[in-house]
Design a protein around this ligand. Structure first.
Ligand code: NAD
Length: 264
């Protein structure tokens, strides 16, 4: 995939930047010239060489902890005096019917996917207001547009991320702060997808079911790539999207346009 973006002198913070969509975004933005700070609850040794070549600063950050999100954003601001781009991408899944969900599972899912996004917006917007604007991109999901039968709590968390995006897009347009989200899925080569497949009784059957649920993915006989979501995030962060705010951009091959096949 060609990198068409120019983020020279831009400062970008990405949560969940150690793997999957977040890592692909960190690499794409850094290759386009951005100073990238990648926060993740896990340190992945396999990123060391690429991150060091691209000068991506890796910071251990659990987005459920406000102080850690604040510290991540302040690391960027204290080095460069500003934050231009925030990607609230950290997220976890929860595949369970509602009557089997424990309080701690509910908290983990909602706190990671929604509260972490709130913390990111809260602390980035404070600095963006002081420097004349910025761009925030939240990673929601096709599950944020169309509820699914197998993961209701995840879907609730992502619907809320779409609502947060629209609400803050409305509140901060006047401040030149754009707030958008991407709604991907199914994305292969990600920890989330690998976990779902590892827990499935028939991983190959589930793979084919997921591909069939997305018309364009089915046409290409494959899942969406993390880089294809990263590219959409880069577009929303770029000057090309100067007049775009409050959108929920589907990167799901049409999955959220209709009811998925039986079994999903
Ligand atoms: P992934 O598991 O590869 O990446 C998620 C990253 O978030 C990991 O590096 C993980 O360590 C990190 N993370 C998890 N909890 C965290 C926490 N509390 N604090 C900080 N970091 C944390 O999976 P992915 O698919 O790349 O997920 C990225 C985002 O994309 C998530 O928000 C997910 O909900 C969303 N998404 C994924 C798919 C898909 O099909 N894979 C579809 C739609 C939306």
């Amino acid at each position: 995939m060609t990198n068409q973006y120019n983020f020279q002198n831009q400062v970008a913070v990405i949560t969940g930047g150690g793997n999957g969509i977040g890592r692909a975004t960190a690499i794409m933005m850094a290759e386009a010239g951005a100073h990238v700070f990648a926060g993740d609850v896990n340190h992945l040794e396999e990123n060391r060489e690429t991150f060091s070549r691209l000068e991506i600063v890796e910071i251990v950050c659990d987005v459920r902890q406000e102080s850690e999100v604040q510290a991540l954003i302040e690391a960027a601001v204290s080095k460069y005096g500003k934050i231009d781009i925030l990607v609230n991408n950290a997220g976890i899944g929860l595949v369970k019917p509602i009557h089997q969900v424990t309080e701690s599972e509910w908290d983990a899912c909602i706190d990671t996917n929604l509260k972490g996004t709130f913390f990111g917006c809260k602390h980035a917007i404070k600095y963006m207001l002081a420097t004349g604007g910025g761009a925030i991109i939240n990673t929601a999901s096709n599950a944020g547009l169309l509820p699914r039968v197998h993961d209701p709590v995840y879907s609730i968390s992502k619907h809320a991320v779409v609502a947060l995006t629209e609400s803050l897009g409305l509140c901060h347009g006047k401040d030149n702060i754009r707030v958008n989200c991407v709604c991907p899925g199914p994305v292969g080569e990600t920890g989330m997808m690998n976990d779902d497949l590892a827990n499935a009784a028939d991983p190959e059957g589930l793979t084919q079911l997921m591909i069939r649920a997305s018309p364009i993915a089915a046409a290409h006989r494959r899942m969406i790539k993390p880089q294809e979501v990263a590219s959409a995030i880069c577009y929303l962060a770029s000057k090309d999207a100067l007049m775009v705010t409050g959108t929920a951009l589907r990167i799901d091959g049409g999955k959220s346009l209709g009811v998925p096949p039986q079994g999903m």
